[in-house]
Write a protein that binds this ligand. Sequence first.
Ligand code: HEM
Length: 497
Amino acid sequence: METQTLQAIFSLLFFSFTFLFLLFALLMKVLSVSRRRYCECEVCKAYLTGSWLTQFPNLADWYAHLLRNSPTGTIHIHVLNNVVTANPTNVEHMLKTNFHNYPKGKRFSAILGDLLGKGIFTADGHAWHSQRKAASLALGGASVRKNAFNVVTKEVETRLIPLLSSMQGSVDLQELFSTFAFRTICKISFGFDPEELELSRPLSEYVAAFDRASMLSALRATSAIPLVWKVKRFLNIGSEKELKQAIEIVNELATIVISNCRKSDSENSHDILSRFMHTGNGKEIDDVYLRDVVVSFLLAGRDTVASGLAAFFLLLSTNPSALSAIREEISHVTEGKRDHEMSYDDIKSMHYVHAALHESLRLLPPVPFDSKFAAGDDILPDGTEITQGTRVMYHSYAMARMKSVWGADCKEFRPERWLSDDGVFTPESPFKYPVFQAGLRVCLGRELALMEMKTVIVSVLREFDVEVALQNGDLPRFAPALTTSFKGGIPANIRRR
Ligand code: HEM
């Protein structure tokens, strides 16, 4: 036999053996993980078979039910190695008292790292600390806040209100606020109107890719066997192939945003990205870092605000007394003023609006739960034992439905629970209300988001009646996403008053 033929046979044998060995190793790993993940308890069986779906519209409602029935307000989903808590004392422990034992962890950055890179949402330790410092400087300045208020009021006056006037009739509130929040966060964070950019594809394609990427990243977290999505990613098939393609489109947008910002950059720019560009003490900040800033701020500022606004109008439409109280307060504060004459102080002085918004965020929080991964063994204040590597989750959505936390009327939309007898807004402990998280990683965009949402609420309710058209009066089901969103959107009828 010729040497070449022998070589070919040898190579074939070698590669076949290597392939079979890898396949065998993979199979063993899947089997060992499955065995570890097997659990006979009712809760785990219900999770794995999906039987909870016969009684509850959403996973979050099932968790809320389990948490309400747990004497400690904490449960353990063994097959996910996931402890879920709705107990404020535990929340304070993980977000403040024993913060260092509850980082985002490697598993979190594995799930979201492809989309969010090494941005603030996936970072821990020193990397997180330096980004937090840069982000608080970028968001905390008076000029940034003033700029943000100007951007929001202009966007409301020149786009949102004329758009609503022109499309009187049926509107999908979720889509409407998503577009609004996308434009607004682009202007505040990157200093430009996305429609003015020279893009290689329609803006809607970038927005859709961003939504797809968030949804597919969120799906990874629900898998009982993470190895499955990791193998799919390795082989570039199915949902992981789709995710990769969506992220490529998101990256394309980020590249355009960064180059645009670099061109128009000056020390006096008020947008957040420019502020980040000047954090290097004279050294040029690289594009990979800035790409992660762009994607993180898009996620932080768009989906959360859109979700918060859609949920507000959804809940308000079934609460006529709250609507009357809001309208009364708006008339009182803005008497004789036109929209563009409304100031930040006017918006701030509306205590009832502030309370109603806090109440809708309580019942339908844009970030319904948040997870950390235990760095070491620990015991939560309620006695729950935590072993290293356990995913520990506080569940804001479920907390709102706990009598032990909010009283017997916890499930009702009642803005008055936030007001003192003389109508002054009274904040609650952030560990009882971790809608913006709490402790050392508390949301940095809270004030900005509240200002933006209240400006929209006041401007829309001054001029329009908004009636959400719910099928059989039921809340629509949640869609899989990183933030609360509804399958099929939120259809509403809009009429000028
Ligand atoms: C209704 C609106 C909003 C809600 C409910 C909200 C909620 C949250 C939550 C729950 C977290 C913790 C996330 C995590 O660690 O996994 C967070 C973090 C953060 N938020 Fe917000 N957010 C909102 C709007 C905004 C806006 C408009 C911005 C900025 C433009 C922003 C900037 C941030 C940043 C930078 C962090 C990271 C803080 C850190 O890890 O140290 N947020 N937010």
